[in-house]
Every structure is written in structure tokens, then in C-alpha cells.
Design a protein around this ligand. Sequence first.
Ligand SMILES: Cc1cc2nc3c(=O)[nH]c(=O)nc-3n(C[C@H](O)[C@H](O)[C@H](O)COP(=O)(O)OP(=O)(O)OC[C@H]3O[C@@H](n4cnc5c(N)ncnc54)[C@H](O)[C@@H]3O)c2cc1C
Length: 435
Amino acid sequence: MAIVGAGFAGLQAAMELEGLFRRSPEQEILLIGEVNYFLFTPLLPQVASSYINPRHIVQPVRDVRGSRRFRFLRDRVVSVDLAARRLRASSGTFDYDALILAPGSRSDDFGIPGVREHTLDFKSLEDAVNLRERVLDLCEHADHTQDPAERARLLTFVGVGGGYTGVELMAELRDFFYQYVLRKFRGLRARDVRLVLVEAAPAILRSVHPSLARSAEERLRRGGVEIRTGAKVSRCLPDGIEIGSSEFIPASTVVWAAGVRAHLLVESLAGPHDRTGRALVDQHLQLEGHPEVFVAGDSAAPASAPDAPRIAPVAIDQGHIAARNVWHLERGEPLESYAFQDKGSLVEIGMNYAVVQVFGLQFRGYLAWLFWNAIHLLKLVGFRKQIQVAFDWALAMVFPRDAASVRQPRACPLCHPPEAAPAPSAIPGREVEGA
Ligand SMILES: Cc1cc2nc3c(=O)[nH]c(=O)nc-3n(C[C@H](O)[C@H](O)[C@H](O)COP(=O)(O)OP(=O)(O)OC[C@H]3O[C@@H](n4cnc5c(N)ncnc54)[C@H](O)[C@@H]3O)c2cc1C
């Protein structure tokens, strides 16, 4: 049997399967993952803001496995031949008798021109590290430029998407600028920094209670983050974004956190899909016409919960159900159904503030932030990682953030620009905001 993807759903499924099949050594459990570690995505924004060390939020898959018996293969699965029951990966083909597909998701650009070319993704560890390095490069350049307009452009960061990713990222960047950059870079002032969060819907954080979302918005605004709700991005350009047909926000950096689509591996499978490309699977997570194939996590839309949010607890639960159903199928037993269980929402708004709704309770502020920290520490995979992150947090209370740039200046896109960006005035029909 095979599992594709060593994220929240895939890893859960692998651990579950080896427990269930521990007395069946003839059954091989193969977990294929594109990277050799499990990534704890909720802490990615803190990597971008130099709050925690990138290596502390990843756990090598083989360390999770310990002495257990599933086999891990670091490889990229490129296609699934459902009829032949065969996976094609970069290193060869692999036959399966049962398959759990859990490759996660990708960003959705909604067909908006320029998103792919001119915005940064924020999904992987590499994305977070690249953003961190870019922020540091921009600060270095802005620090010694004599031109105030250029300094303002370099230090304008736009986050598109007012979900938890966009909100947590902008809050983290805000903390980084106000708690570190403005204290350490003598050439920079608060008025040079502009952080803008753009959301097409009338409000941010639509997955939490409106009163909590308002508190989060208020906190961000008071901290200096501009929030633009009801603002639809119509075009992304090398030097900023267009909102509607008339407004342009010049920015050095635009991070795209506006939407999620199913992974291409799943979206390209035959059978029904929802409008974001997720496979419409039945309540047992089985693919239509292929009872031996289960889809779990961000790329699954189960009939029993088609609107379940794409979050880690949902992926873990689905990985668990998919594995158990592989076991039941093997034994000819009735299958279990997936049902969405709302385990609450936790959103961190930078250091010392969070909004939380759990067990029917809502709270916000410092206590909520401590709760957010405790839960995320508990959920991190591996005791060593828990200690490392706890130390990162504790050290950040006492010492400045570790803002050393770890890549060579020759990799800095500002020192060596890939291509010259057209001046705003060179693009017809565009008005520059504030010009
Ligand atoms: C920045 C960010 C912050 C988030 N914050 C939160 C949060 O605070 N709380 C929360 O609940 N959720 C959060 N999420 C959402 C959460 O990460 C996802 O819902 C969850 O990861 C989905 O689990 P999954 O197993 O479906 O996919 P993933 O965890 O993404 O795992 C997919 C795995 O498949 C691998 N893979 C992909 N393609 C292939 C291939 N072709 N071959 C082999 N392997 C492949 C990937 O490398 C990855 O390891 C956040 C997501 C992001 C991006």
C-alpha cells in the first residue's frame, strides 16, 4: 500500500497504518514525500519574521518513524495510473493495492494576470526562508538609499488574502519592523514602512466569529498595518498591484495568500471535482469508481463535509479515517465515515495577542496568546522540536531577533535584478496612489 505526501494527512495515515498492520509484516507500507521532513505550517510566519529558526519547525520523516516499519521514499509522484494501480514518480513506478493520496494544496491565482510572475507564494519552508531573506535585503538597501520615495517603495509590503495566513504573516512582519528593524537600522523611520493587507471580502478572518475578527483587525490597524477590505486585486505588476481598474499600490513585495486549490496530482484525476479542483470523494474518502483509492487533506472534498475548512486538524482526521478504511477494506469490514469536527480557531496577531475560539468559548489578548503558544507547542511533532521552539520564543523575549542574512549578496535580487521593472508611469491607464 502507498501514501503520497508526508504532511498532516499522509503522516497521520502512515503512523495509523503501521499500528493497524503491525502483525502483518508481509504488507509493505510505502510513504512517498517530495521533501524528507514534515513541515509544521502554522509557524511559517514566524520563520519569515526571524522569530524562530526554520529548522525548528520541521521534523525529518525518518525521525518521526523511529523504529517503526513504514518505508519512506523521498521522491515526487508525477502521475497516478488508476486503471493499472500504479504511481509514476521521478525515480520509477510503484504498484499499489491500496492508495492514500495526501499531497496537500497549491495557491490559487483565480486567473488574475501577473500573480504567478510577480507575487511570492507562502506555502513551503523555502517560501518562508526566501521571504525572510528578501525582507532583510530590502532593509539593507533601504537603509542607505538617499531617495525617500525609493525607500518607501522598498519598504512597502502587501499581503493579499485576509485569512489566517495573510493576517498572521502581516502581524509577524509588523513585529519584525517595529521591534527590530526600526531599532537597529539607523537610516529607517516608521514613516518609511508600509504594510498593507488586502482582502476582497468585506471583512478579514471570515472563519472566526465576527467579533474576534474585528478585534484582530483593530489590533493590526493600531499596530500600523493598513487593512483594505472589499478590495479586489485585478492585476499584479513587477512594482505593485492594481486594485479594481483605477488604483495602484506600489510595493517591492507582494505575498499571495488569497486562495487554495487542490494539488495538480488530484485535480488531474478523472472523476468529479469541486470548483477548487478537490476530488469529490464519498463519506469514506474513497474516489469514485476506485474503492482502493482514498483522498485526504487539503485536496479532498468528502460528501459528508464538502465545506470542511482546509486546516491541519481536518487533514489529520481524514488521514486517520483513510488509514482505518484501508484496514477495514483489507478485512472485508464496513468502512468508517468522515465527519467534520470543529476543534476551534486560533489566530496569532503578533507577539502578545491572539484571538481564540474553542469549546464554545471566545477570548482574546495576552491569555489567548499564551494559549495559542501552548497549543502550537503541543502539536509540534517531536520533543526536540518542542524544546527548540520554546527556546526560540523565550530567547526572543530577551535578545533581539536573529536577523543575519544567510545567503550570499550575489543572490540578492536588488543587487542583481533579474530584469528592470517598468516605471509606473510607463504603464498606460495607471494612476499611482499617493502620487
Ligand atoms: C503559511 C500557512 C499557515 C497555516 N497555518 C495553519 C494554522 O495555523 N492552523 C491550521 O490548522 N492550518 C494551517 N495551515 C493549513 C495547513 O497547513 C493545511 O491545511 C495542512 O497542511 C493540510 O494537510 P495535507 O496533509 O493535506 O497537506 P500538507 O501538510 O501540505 O502535506 C502535503 C505533503 O505532500 C508532499 N507532496 C506534494 N506533492 C507531492 C508529490 N507530487 N509527490 C510526493 N509528495 C508530494 C508535500 O511536500 C507535503 O509534505 C497553514 C498553511 C499555510 C501554508
